[in-house]
Design a protein around this ligand. Structure first.
Ligand SMILES: *Cc1c(COP(=O)(O)O)cnc(C)c1O
Length: 421
């Protein structure tokens, strides 16, 4: 091992450590800004993987966490309960559509997806139905990095190719982009209906898979087809939840009530790790039994961590007291005005806007490292991936900071267009 390698005690995400550039050191955050150790202050276009919906360091969330820290930072959830978790579950049940009333808390999005997959599988077993061992998932999807979650991610992506032999085999289908394309989903469901336990979808936007969007009518049709074939629908709202698409939850725009819904990312306003898997009454009732073995077999050590629940409750307070959805609409309009003209730039394949999400897709794979460096030169924190440059800012971002992000994307994309033969 070279001395270089032995110095890397910290193993970084999705990073080839050999020759990896030293990451920038962040020392503070505030609002939509990240302060670096060298004194630079970046305008944040990503809101830390779209978690920090209220901006960084919101005093209401910080205060709620500090109060909880003084009282009870953590207590086990087996055999005990506490007010922050009880209150959060009741509030999520009230906010979510229909009878999505049964909240299972965990500590990350991937685990929330694992719990959802397990809920669907055990629901069938509890009903005495065997052999339903697969999930129908959509190409281009992203549901997390743990084994079960990876198995329902896009099958062509790197992780799948690498770990294929370790992963359960699922059934994949193209996500229809319009109502005219829903026939193949119907046929796939019909062909596999006896071996399927559930359908999983990211409502309205496939996020980490490339910011690919579909209209609410398509989501409504996916929900209707799943129901027609007797399958529970799992909505992974980990990216879309809490205002990102312009409504509090993306499912609302299609008027659907999924059977199981996953939340994380913005649940605590970007302050602490927390996730929720929420089930409808009918799913919950499949576990309601005289038989102890019919209980849901899951229980993370830090389940319902009181600090994280306090942060989530404070975040929900802010959705009630501050105009977040209106802010998302203002951001959407500004993103549309600013980014739509980039369609005409050579080398740009598509521009997509939905709520506070703006994405520019290139026709070919860009030089990611070069693009990232140019964004830093312009004082903004924007991280292109694959063939996409995207913005998912805090919903509280000020007009001047949002303009700086849009101007930076415009300049960097246009420079690249000018250099494209
Ligand atoms: C981020 C994400 C996950 C995984 O969440 P982690 O907290 O990173 O495990 C799952 N699904 C979607 C849609 C996501 O955006």
């Amino acid at each position: 091992m070279s001395s270089d390698a032995s110095r890397n005690t910290l193993w970084r995400p999705y990073t080839q450590m050999r020759g990896a550039a030293q990451p920038l050191e962040a020392v503070a955050t505030h609002g939509s800004r990240i302060v670096l150790a060298d004194g630079r202050e970046l305008v944040d276009g990503i809101a830390s993987w779209w978690t920090a919906v209220h901006g960084y360091n919101h005093p209401h969330i910080a205060g709620a966490v500090a109060d909880q820290l003084a009282r009870m930072p953590h207590v086990m959830f087996g055999g005990l309960t506490h007010a922050p978790a009880e209150r959060l579950a009741a509030r999520l049940a009230a906010l979510l559509p229909g009878d999505l009333d049964h909240v299972f808390l965990s500590d990350s999005g991937s685990v929330a997806v694992e719990v959802a997959l397990k809920m669907a599988a055990q629901m069938w077993l509890n009903r005495g139905v065997r052999g339903r061992t697969k999930v129908l998932a959509f190409r281009g999807g992203y549901h997390g990095d743990t084994m079960g979650a990876m198995s329902v991610c896009d099958p062509e992506e790197g992780m799948h190719r690498r770990f294929g032999a370790y992963l359960p085999t699922q059934v994949f289908c193209d996500l229809p982009r319009s109502l005219a394309e829903t026939g193949s989903l119907d046929a796939t469901l019909a062909a596999h209906r006896e071996e399927l336990a559930a359908v999983i979808v990211e409502p309205l936007v496939q996020g980490a898979g490339g910011m690919r969007m579909h209209p609410p009518e398509v989501l409504a049709t996916v929900a209707r087809l799943a129901r027609r074939h007797g399958l529970p629908l799992i909505a992974d709202e980990i990216f879309t939840g809490f205002g990102r698409t312009g409504s509090l939850f993306a499912c609302e725009q299609a008027g659907i009530v999924p059977d199981i819904l996953c939340l994380s990312k913005a649940l605590t306003g970007g302050t602490l790790a927390l996730a929720a898997t929420v089930a409808r009454r009918e799913v919950y009732e499949a576990f309601w039994s005289e038989d102890p073995a019919a209980a849901l077999m899951h229980g993370p050590t830090f389940m319902a961590n009181p600090l994280a629940c306090a942060a989530a409750n404070a975040s929900l307070d802010l959705f009630e007291s501050e105009p977040r959805l209106e802010q998302a609409r203002v951001i959407a309009a500004r993103l549309a005005d600013g980014l739509e003209p980039l369609r005409r730039v050579p080398g740009v394949a598509d521009v997509r806007i939905l709520g506070a999400i703006g994405a520019v897709q290139f026709a070919g794979a860009p030089d990611l490292a070069g693009l990232k460096a140019r964004f830093l030169d312009r004082g903004v924190w924007v991280r292109p991936f694959g063939d996409i440059v995207y913005l998912t800012p805090a919903l509280t971002i000020g007009a001047a900071d949002l303009d700086r992000l849009i101007d930076a994307v415009t300049a960097v994309v246009t420079e690249r267009g000018a250099a494209t033969p």
